[in-house]
Design a protein around this ligand. Structure first.
Ligand code: HEC
Length: 279
Protein backbone atom coordinates (compact mmCIF):
# COMPACT_ATOMS: atom_id res chain seq x y z
CA UNK A 1 0.00 0.00 0.00
CA UNK A 2 2.78 2.34 0.94
CA UNK A 3 4.51 1.96 -2.43
CA UNK A 4 1.24 2.74 -4.17
CA UNK A 5 1.14 6.15 -2.52
CA UNK A 6 4.76 6.84 -3.25
CA UNK A 7 4.08 6.09 -6.91
CA UNK A 8 1.02 8.29 -6.95
CA UNK A 9 2.88 11.24 -5.45
CA UNK A 10 5.58 11.12 -8.06
CA UNK A 11 3.01 10.96 -10.87
CA UNK A 12 1.26 14.03 -9.52
CA UNK A 13 4.60 15.79 -9.25
CA UNK A 14 5.56 14.98 -12.85
CA UNK A 15 2.18 16.05 -14.15
CA UNK A 16 2.45 19.57 -12.73
CA UNK A 17 2.97 22.17 -15.48
CA UNK A 18 6.51 23.26 -16.22
CA UNK A 19 7.15 26.74 -14.89
CA UNK A 20 8.17 29.67 -17.08
CA UNK A 21 11.62 29.51 -15.51
CA UNK A 22 12.14 26.17 -17.29
CA UNK A 23 12.93 28.26 -20.33
CA UNK A 24 16.69 28.23 -20.96
CA UNK A 25 19.12 30.46 -22.83
CA UNK A 26 22.39 29.23 -24.35
CA UNK A 27 25.19 30.88 -26.32
CA UNK A 28 27.30 29.16 -28.97
CA UNK A 29 30.96 29.05 -27.89
CA UNK A 30 32.67 27.55 -30.97
CA UNK A 31 33.08 28.86 -34.52
CA UNK A 32 31.15 25.94 -35.97
CA UNK A 33 27.58 25.24 -34.87
CA UNK A 34 27.33 22.15 -32.69
CA UNK A 35 24.15 20.08 -33.00
CA UNK A 36 25.26 17.88 -30.08
CA UNK A 37 24.81 21.02 -27.96
CA UNK A 38 28.10 20.52 -26.14
CA UNK A 39 29.85 23.68 -27.20
CA UNK A 40 27.57 26.24 -25.64
CA UNK A 41 27.24 28.05 -22.34
CA UNK A 42 24.15 28.64 -20.28
CA UNK A 43 22.93 32.16 -19.68
CA UNK A 44 20.71 33.11 -16.74
CA UNK A 45 17.18 34.06 -17.64
CA UNK A 46 16.54 37.62 -16.41
CA UNK A 47 14.26 37.90 -13.39
CA UNK A 48 13.32 41.48 -14.13
CA UNK A 49 12.21 43.40 -17.19
CA UNK A 50 8.64 42.19 -17.68
CA UNK A 51 6.47 44.62 -19.62
CA UNK A 52 2.78 44.91 -20.36
CA UNK A 53 1.82 45.38 -24.00
CA UNK A 54 -1.16 45.32 -26.28
CA UNK A 55 -0.01 43.50 -29.42
CA UNK A 56 -1.45 41.98 -32.56
CA UNK A 57 -0.83 38.24 -32.60
CA UNK A 58 -0.55 36.27 -35.85
CA UNK A 59 -1.86 33.07 -34.23
CA UNK A 60 -4.97 34.45 -32.55
CA UNK A 61 -5.32 36.93 -35.42
CA UNK A 62 -6.28 39.77 -33.05
CA UNK A 63 -4.85 42.21 -30.54
CA UNK A 64 -4.20 40.82 -27.07
CA UNK A 65 -2.98 42.17 -23.72
CA UNK A 66 0.16 40.38 -22.65
CA UNK A 67 2.83 40.56 -19.99
CA UNK A 68 6.33 39.33 -20.67
CA UNK A 69 9.68 40.07 -22.25
CA UNK A 70 10.78 41.86 -25.38
CA UNK A 71 13.25 39.29 -26.73
CA UNK A 72 15.59 41.97 -28.15
CA UNK A 73 15.96 43.60 -24.71
CA UNK A 74 16.43 40.32 -22.85
CA UNK A 75 19.01 38.91 -25.26
CA UNK A 76 20.66 42.08 -26.50
CA UNK A 77 23.25 42.33 -23.71
CA UNK A 78 24.39 38.73 -24.32
CA UNK A 79 24.45 38.70 -28.11
CA UNK A 80 27.90 40.19 -28.83
CA UNK A 81 29.66 38.40 -31.66
CA UNK A 82 26.54 36.48 -32.71
CA UNK A 83 23.93 37.38 -35.34
CA UNK A 84 21.01 35.00 -34.84
CA UNK A 85 18.62 33.75 -32.18
CA UNK A 86 17.39 30.21 -32.60
CA UNK A 87 14.05 29.73 -30.87
CA UNK A 88 13.35 26.08 -30.01
CA UNK A 89 9.77 25.09 -29.21
CA UNK A 90 8.12 22.25 -27.30
CA UNK A 91 6.64 20.78 -30.50
CA UNK A 92 10.10 20.42 -32.04
CA UNK A 93 10.04 23.53 -34.23
CA UNK A 94 13.28 25.57 -34.48
CA UNK A 95 12.93 29.13 -35.74
CA UNK A 96 15.99 31.28 -36.46
CA UNK A 97 15.59 35.04 -36.06
CA UNK A 98 18.30 37.40 -37.32
CA UNK A 99 19.11 39.78 -34.45
CA UNK A 100 19.14 42.78 -36.80
CA UNK A 101 15.54 42.02 -37.87
CA UNK A 102 14.21 42.39 -34.31
CA UNK A 103 13.87 46.16 -34.63
CA UNK A 104 11.43 45.87 -37.56
CA UNK A 105 9.98 42.42 -36.77
CA UNK A 106 9.93 42.23 -32.96
CA UNK A 107 9.43 39.00 -31.04
CA UNK A 108 7.67 39.19 -27.67
CA UNK A 109 7.75 36.36 -25.15
CA UNK A 110 4.42 36.45 -23.33
CA UNK A 111 4.28 34.81 -19.91
CA UNK A 112 0.82 36.13 -19.08
CA UNK A 113 -2.40 36.98 -20.85
CA UNK A 114 -5.26 39.22 -19.64
CA UNK A 115 -8.50 40.77 -20.82
CA UNK A 116 -7.31 44.31 -20.10
CA UNK A 117 -4.14 46.29 -19.53
CA UNK A 118 -4.71 46.11 -15.79
CA UNK A 119 -4.63 42.31 -15.65
CA UNK A 120 -4.74 39.98 -13.84
CA UNK A 121 -2.21 38.27 -16.14
CA UNK A 122 -2.42 34.49 -16.16
CA UNK A 123 0.09 32.07 -17.64
CA UNK A 124 -2.68 30.45 -19.60
CA UNK A 125 -3.06 30.73 -23.37
CA UNK A 126 -6.08 29.27 -25.19
CA UNK A 127 -5.16 26.57 -27.69
CA UNK A 128 -5.72 27.15 -31.36
CA UNK A 129 -8.20 24.68 -32.74
CA UNK A 130 -8.18 25.69 -36.38
CA UNK A 131 -6.00 27.37 -38.94
CA UNK A 132 -8.62 27.74 -41.63
CA UNK A 133 -12.18 28.95 -41.82
CA UNK A 134 -13.90 25.61 -42.31
CA UNK A 135 -11.34 22.99 -41.33
CA UNK A 136 -11.12 22.01 -37.69
CA UNK A 137 -7.73 20.82 -36.65
CA UNK A 138 -8.03 17.60 -34.65
CA UNK A 139 -4.62 18.27 -33.10
CA UNK A 140 -4.70 21.90 -32.02
CA UNK A 141 -1.66 23.97 -31.05
CA UNK A 142 -1.54 24.06 -27.25
CA UNK A 143 0.55 26.23 -24.96
CA UNK A 144 2.05 25.55 -21.54
CA UNK A 145 3.19 28.66 -19.68
CA UNK A 146 4.42 30.95 -22.45
CA UNK A 147 3.70 31.99 -25.99
CA UNK A 148 5.58 33.97 -28.59
CA UNK A 149 3.62 36.97 -29.79
CA UNK A 150 4.54 37.87 -33.35
CA UNK A 151 2.85 40.84 -34.99
CA UNK A 152 4.55 41.33 -38.37
CA UNK A 153 3.09 40.34 -41.71
CA UNK A 154 6.48 39.16 -42.89
CA UNK A 155 9.34 37.08 -41.55
CA UNK A 156 12.61 38.17 -43.12
CA UNK A 157 14.43 34.79 -43.39
CA UNK A 158 11.61 33.28 -45.45
CA UNK A 159 11.53 36.39 -47.65
CA UNK A 160 7.85 36.84 -46.87
CA UNK A 161 6.94 33.36 -48.09
CA UNK A 162 6.00 31.91 -44.76
CA UNK A 163 5.57 32.90 -41.10
CA UNK A 164 6.64 30.00 -38.87
CA UNK A 165 5.30 31.75 -35.75
CA UNK A 166 1.78 30.83 -36.85
CA UNK A 167 2.54 27.21 -35.95
CA UNK A 168 4.82 27.37 -32.89
CA UNK A 169 3.69 26.36 -29.38
CA UNK A 170 5.55 27.23 -26.15
CA UNK A 171 9.18 28.32 -26.21
CA UNK A 172 11.63 25.97 -24.46
CA UNK A 173 15.04 27.29 -25.38
CA UNK A 174 16.74 30.31 -26.89
CA UNK A 175 20.11 29.75 -28.54
CA UNK A 176 22.30 32.73 -29.36
CA UNK A 177 24.21 31.57 -32.41
CA UNK A 178 26.18 32.35 -35.53
CA UNK A 179 23.49 31.80 -38.19
CA UNK A 180 25.74 31.02 -41.19
CA UNK A 181 27.65 28.37 -39.20
CA UNK A 182 24.36 26.54 -38.49
CA UNK A 183 23.25 26.88 -42.10
CA UNK A 184 26.53 25.34 -43.17
CA UNK A 185 26.09 22.49 -40.70
CA UNK A 186 22.61 21.79 -42.11
CA UNK A 187 24.01 21.60 -45.64
CA UNK A 188 26.57 19.06 -44.57
CA UNK A 189 26.42 16.72 -47.56
CA UNK A 190 24.93 19.07 -50.11
CA UNK A 191 27.19 19.84 -53.05
CA UNK A 192 27.26 23.21 -54.81
CA UNK A 193 25.08 21.73 -57.57
CA UNK A 194 22.16 21.47 -55.13
CA UNK A 195 22.65 24.80 -53.38
CA UNK A 196 19.34 26.10 -54.74
CA UNK A 197 17.44 23.27 -53.11
CA UNK A 198 19.20 23.85 -49.82
CA UNK A 199 18.30 27.55 -49.95
CA UNK A 200 14.63 26.67 -50.49
CA UNK A 201 14.78 24.24 -47.57
CA UNK A 202 16.21 27.02 -45.38
CA UNK A 203 13.40 29.37 -46.39
CA UNK A 204 10.46 26.99 -46.31
CA UNK A 205 11.08 23.73 -44.44
CA UNK A 206 13.87 24.03 -41.83
CA UNK A 207 11.52 25.32 -39.09
CA UNK A 208 9.88 21.89 -38.83
CA UNK A 209 12.01 19.29 -40.65
CA UNK A 210 15.55 18.28 -39.73
CA UNK A 211 18.22 16.54 -41.81
CA UNK A 212 19.94 13.41 -40.50
CA UNK A 213 19.01 14.23 -36.92
CA UNK A 214 20.08 17.85 -37.14
CA UNK A 215 17.69 20.74 -36.77
CA UNK A 216 13.93 20.80 -36.14
CA UNK A 217 11.93 17.75 -35.07
CA UNK A 218 8.30 18.67 -35.68
CA UNK A 219 7.85 16.99 -39.07
CA UNK A 220 9.72 13.90 -40.28
CA UNK A 221 13.50 14.01 -40.74
CA UNK A 222 14.34 14.32 -44.46
CA UNK A 223 17.18 11.78 -44.27
CA UNK A 224 16.82 9.57 -41.21
CA UNK A 225 15.67 6.78 -40.95
CA UNK A 226 14.25 6.62 -44.50
CA UNK A 227 15.42 9.28 -46.99
CA UNK A 228 12.43 11.31 -48.07
CA UNK A 229 13.55 11.37 -51.74
CA UNK A 230 12.97 7.59 -51.93
CA UNK A 231 9.38 8.02 -50.70
CA UNK A 232 8.28 11.00 -52.78
CA UNK A 233 8.93 12.06 -56.35
CA UNK A 234 9.42 15.80 -57.03
CA UNK A 235 5.77 15.81 -58.21
CA UNK A 236 4.61 14.19 -54.95
CA UNK A 237 6.56 16.80 -53.00
CA UNK A 238 4.94 19.62 -54.92
CA UNK A 239 1.46 18.23 -54.30
CA UNK A 240 2.22 17.57 -50.65
CA UNK A 241 3.52 21.07 -49.92
CA UNK A 242 1.30 23.10 -52.23
CA UNK A 243 -2.08 21.43 -51.73
CA UNK A 244 -1.63 20.12 -48.21
CA UNK A 245 -4.94 21.63 -47.10
CA UNK A 246 -6.99 19.21 -49.17
CA UNK A 247 -6.12 16.21 -47.03
CA UNK A 248 -5.86 18.34 -43.92
CA UNK A 249 -8.52 16.60 -41.88
CA UNK A 250 -7.16 13.08 -42.26
CA UNK A 251 -3.60 14.11 -41.67
CA UNK A 252 -4.24 16.44 -38.77
CA UNK A 253 -3.28 19.52 -40.76
CA UNK A 254 -0.05 19.59 -38.84
CA UNK A 255 1.85 20.75 -41.86
CA UNK A 256 0.47 23.94 -43.35
CA UNK A 257 0.22 24.23 -47.13
CA UNK A 258 2.62 26.61 -48.88
CA UNK A 259 0.49 27.33 -51.90
CA UNK A 260 3.12 29.41 -53.70
CA UNK A 261 5.65 26.57 -54.08
CA UNK A 262 6.55 26.11 -57.75
CA UNK A 263 7.27 22.86 -59.60
CA UNK A 264 10.91 23.83 -60.14
CA UNK A 265 11.33 24.62 -56.43
CA UNK A 266 9.95 21.17 -55.58
CA UNK A 267 12.45 19.64 -58.02
CA UNK A 268 15.34 21.57 -56.47
CA UNK A 269 14.31 20.48 -52.94
CA UNK A 270 14.10 16.86 -54.08
CA UNK A 271 17.58 16.98 -55.66
CA UNK A 272 18.99 18.51 -52.49
CA UNK A 273 17.24 15.83 -50.32
CA UNK A 274 18.88 13.17 -52.47
CA UNK A 275 22.33 14.74 -52.13
CA UNK A 276 21.88 15.16 -48.36
CA UNK A 277 21.01 11.45 -48.05
CA UNK A 278 24.03 10.20 -50.03
CA UNK A 279 26.41 8.55 -47.58
C1 HEC B 1 5.17 24.35 -39.80
C2 HEC B 1 5.87 23.11 -39.88
C3 HEC B 1 6.21 22.50 -41.22
C4 HEC B 1 6.80 23.10 -42.31
C5 HEC B 1 7.24 24.54 -42.44
C6 HEC B 1 6.98 22.06 -43.30
N1 HEC B 1 6.49 20.88 -42.81
FE1 HEC B 1 6.44 19.11 -43.84
N2 HEC B 1 5.47 18.25 -42.26
C7 HEC B 1 5.23 18.83 -41.06
C8 HEC B 1 4.58 17.88 -40.18
C9 HEC B 1 4.17 18.13 -38.74
C10 HEC B 1 4.44 16.69 -40.92
C11 HEC B 1 3.80 15.36 -40.48
C12 HEC B 1 2.29 15.44 -40.44
C13 HEC B 1 1.65 15.84 -41.74
O1 HEC B 1 1.87 15.17 -42.78
O2 HEC B 1 0.91 16.85 -41.73
C14 HEC B 1 5.01 16.96 -42.24
C15 HEC B 1 5.05 16.04 -43.27
C16 HEC B 1 5.73 16.22 -44.47
C17 HEC B 1 5.83 15.23 -45.50
C18 HEC B 1 5.17 13.88 -45.50
C19 HEC B 1 6.04 12.87 -44.85
C20 HEC B 1 5.44 11.48 -44.88
O3 HEC B 1 5.85 10.70 -44.05
O4 HEC B 1 4.57 11.25 -45.72
C21 HEC B 1 6.60 15.78 -46.52
C22 HEC B 1 7.00 15.12 -47.82
C23 HEC B 1 6.95 17.11 -46.08
N3 HEC B 1 6.39 17.34 -44.84
C24 HEC B 1 7.73 17.97 -46.80
C25 HEC B 1 7.94 19.29 -46.49
C26 HEC B 1 8.69 20.22 -47.31
C27 HEC B 1 9.38 19.85 -48.60
C28 HEC B 1 8.65 21.42 -46.67
C29 HEC B 1 9.23 22.72 -47.14
C30 HEC B 1 8.90 23.12 -48.48
C31 HEC B 1 7.86 21.25 -45.45
N4 HEC B 1 7.48 19.95 -45.37
C32 HEC B 1 7.57 22.26 -44.53
C33 HEC B 1 5.51 20.14 -40.70
C34 HEC B 1 6.03 21.10 -41.55
Amino acid sequence: MKSFFVGLTSVVFLASPTSASALEIFKQTSASYDFQKLKRKKIKFPKKGKEVRQLFDVQYNKKIFVQGFDIAKVIGPHAQGMDTLLLNFANGMSVPVPINSLSTEPVFLATGLAKSKKGPFKASFPSIAKFDEMIRDPRPITFSTNKIVYSSKTYIPSQSLFIPFKYTDSLQEIEIINGPSREKALAFRAKPSVEKGHAIYMKRCQYCHGVDDRGAKFGRDFVDPIPMYTMKTPENLLTHVKYKKIDGIERGLLMPAQTNLTASEAKYIWEWMKAAAAK
